[in-house]
Design a protein around this ligand. Structure first.
Ligand code: SAH
Length: 203
């Protein structure tokens, strides 16, 4: 499979039915998801590995990881309606035996995994939402892929936070990301922002 093909497949998956702003429910665009998954594949962090997708939402990263050969994916998500959609997306490709769906807050999940792959809340609604995700990811895995806003203050925070937990940033790829307007503005149809895709590795 090619990266472009993966992006196309992922962008066609079913999205959130009634997205909840307080949970920052916006799906990762197909091309951004493919970029992160492709990096993970090329680093040997995906194929045959046990993965956790924290805040799995409708399952775009979960399905993508399975398509690229993950052995098992824990899809951890607090929101029941989102998991209904995830289950349909996983079922579409017959990945039920490789995906374990866990409905809970990320802080309650405690399985050790080979890699975490996540697009957590950016913290625009609850300023500390992203911390909880990083904290959990650094606890359960030596390798973490995550997406955060490409803003100077966020970058400074991420660098310091990773360092505090003895993780180094081995890769950072900056890409455009489109967020549906309902979360921020009502006049524009889409809000175009920039995000950083990170790969963290335990030092
Ligand atoms: N990973 C998906 C969804 C990203 S949106 C994708 O890439 O498309 C962030 C997701 O995190 C939402 O589905 C939201 O419901 C979930 N979420 C937010 N806070 C959470 C928490 N504390 N525990 C578990 N899931 C949470």
């Amino acid at each position: 499979m090619k990266k472009k093909h993966l992006a196309m497949i992922l962008s066609k998956l079913e999205g959130f039915k009634d997205p909840k702003p307080e949970l920052e429910q916006y799906r990762t665009p197909g091309d951004v998801a493919a970029e992160m998954l492709w990096l993970a594949l090329s680093m040997g962090d995906l194929e045959g590995r046990v993965i956790a997708d924290l805040g799995a939402g409708t399952g775009i990263l979960t399905v993508g990881a399975c398509l690229l050969g993950a052995k098992k994916v824990y899809a951890v998500e607090v929101d029941r309606p989102a998991l209904k959609v995830l289950e349909r997306n996983v079922g579409l490709y017959g990945f039920e035996d490789r995906v374990e769906v866990i409905q809970s807050d990320v802080s309650e999940f405690s399985e050790g995994v080979d890699s975490v792959i996540m697009n957590p809340p950016f913290g625009s609604q609850n300023p500390k939402a992203d911390r909880k995700f990083l904290l959990k990811a650094f606890e359960i895995s030596d390798v973490v892929y995550s997406i955060h806003l490409a803003k100077p203050e966020v970058r400074r925070f991420i660098e310091r936070f990773a360092g505090d937990f003895s993780f180094s940033i081995t890769h950072k790829i900056t890409v455009p990301f489109e967020i549906p307007a309902q979360f921020f503005f009502h006049r524009k149809k889409l809000e175009r922002i920039k995000v950083d895709i990170y790969r963290f590795s335990r030092v």
